[in-house]
Ligand binder design. Structure first.
Ligand code: GAR
Length: 220
């Protein structure tokens, strides 16, 4: 069983999806700690209601990013965390943090990286006239929304989409994608070769995994 820590800043729907998948036994892991940098993050109550330990580490209480990240790293280590999942954690990580959990920090981003890193990415995809977007789970390195890609899921962009409808369509797949990627991590089936992640997944399973992560209707 891997020990996972989840970092949030807001709603926490990806966090809930990961906790649900762990509870169902789909991921060989337990969540030891949820940390938010914001005291009013709605996701905190959702975690606490399920008996998951929560902690607020307010970034405004630290003078520098490094000082804040050092507090987060200490809390994660004290909780015995081995793998860190960023789930709507809207902060850049300093090298202090990235090195403390090298190749053991996952992030989910609502676009097909390396296209559209940063904020307001659904708006950027619409403005670019992209025909497809999606979401990416990747290992976190020292750049923004960057690092070896684990899994991606694809959704179409329709002519009448706005930011809200596109975000909703992507979010529906995010929850499945993140759980699938964390499972691979916890099963020890991810290695890093330079800038790429290599998945130890038989071809048939990879096909099933990728095929299952393509949008197939708004009922999802
Ligand atoms: C999700 O769409 C996630 O992909 C995005 O924030 C949202 C959080 O929602 N993350 C990023 O944009 C990171 N660059 P949630 O709190 O309901 O999981």
């Amino acid at each position: 069983m891997s020990q996972v820590g989840i970092l949030i800043s807001g709603r926490g729907s990806n966090m809930v999806a990961l906790l649900d998948a762990m509870d169902r036994g789909e991921i060989p892991a337990r969540c030891s700690l949820v940390i938010s940098n914001k005291a009013d993050a709605p996701g905190l109550a959702l975690a606490a209601a399920r008996g998951v330990p929560t902690l607020v580490i307010d970034h405004k209480a630290s003078a520098t990013r490094e000082e804040h990240d050092a507090k987060v790293v200490t809390a994660l280590r004290e909780a015995g965390v081995e793998i860190v999942c960023l789930a709507g954690y809207m902060r850049l990580l300093s090298p202090v943090f990235v090195r403390a959990f090298k190749n053991r920090i996952l992030n989910i981003h609502p676009a097909l990286l390396p296209a559209f890193p940063g904020l307001h990415v659904q708006r950027k995809a619409l403005d670019a006239g992209a025909r497809f977007s999606g979401c990416t789970v990747h290992l976190v390195d020292e750049e923004v929304d960057h690092g070896p890609i684990l899994l991606q899921a694809v959704v179409p962009i329709f002519p009448d989409d706005d930011e809200e409808s596109l975000s909703r369509r992507i979010l529906g797949l995010e929850h499945h994608l993140y759980a699938a990627a964390l499972r691979l991590m916890c099963e020890g089936r991810v290695t890093v070769d330079g800038s790429r992640a290599v998945l130890d997944v038989p071809h048939k399973e990879y096909q099933r995994l990728s095929g299952g992560l393509i949008w197939s209707g708004d009922s999802q």
